[in-house]
Design a binder for this molecule. Structure first.
Ligand SMILES: Cc1cc2nc3c(=O)[nH]c(=O)nc-3n(C[C@H](O)[C@H](O)[C@H](O)COP(=O)(O)O)c2cc1C
Length: 148
């Protein structure tokens, strides 16, 4: 089974927590999974067999957290060859912001523009909803892994 590399963008730790739960769930489902807290383009291109799972929050006014910005910059500036690479998106935001989930949509768009193939619809988690983000992510992962 291919490895799943979880590319994390987190400012205050929620997306990191969701990524850790996702890793545990994926491993219990028989996948190899790693969490990458400082993702860069080379982590994708050096591991061509990895399936990618972007798990990022939003900050500022629709900005990506600082730790995932190098990946976004690399995607949009260097146009790496990632056509056909399969990926999923977990996008953590808060609907009280006018820029709800925009940063997660931007990195999804950047992947798509380069020809990467998103598996399933992104999971958008709203901090305002009161839902448990880890439980929601695990439920979504059940469908996502089936679609891989
Ligand atoms: C200063 C600040 C700015 C934020 N800006 C946005 C935003 O522009 N859009 C959005 O959807 N959520 C925004 N959020 C909400 C966070 O993305 C959300 O609470 C998320 O769960 C935090 O995850 P993290 O702990 O991994 O950073 C913001 C939160 C803070 C504290």
């Amino acid at each position: 089974m291919p490895r799943i590399q979880i590319l994390v963008g987190s400012e205050m730790g929620t997306a990191e927590m969701v990524a850790a739960s996702a890793k545990d769930y994926l491993e219990s489902s028989g996948f190899e999974a790693i969490v990458n807290p400082l993702p860069e383009v080379a982590d994708i291109t050096d591991n061509p067999d990895d399936i990618l799972l972007i798990c990022t929050s939003n900050t500022g006014a629709g900005d990506l957290p600082g730790n995932i910005q190098p990946l976004y910059l690399g995607l949009t500036r260097d146009f790496p060859c990632i056509a056909g690479r399969r990926y999923g998106v977990i996008n953590l935001g808060d609907s009280s912001y006018a820029t709800f989930a925009e940063a997660g949509r931007a990195i999804d768009h950047a992947m798509c523009e380069l020809g990467a193939e998103r598996v399933g619809e992104p999971l958008v988690l709203d901090a305002c909803s009161g839902d448990d983000p880890e439980a929601a992510a695990i439920e979504w992962l059940g469908q996502w892994t089936t679609a891989l």
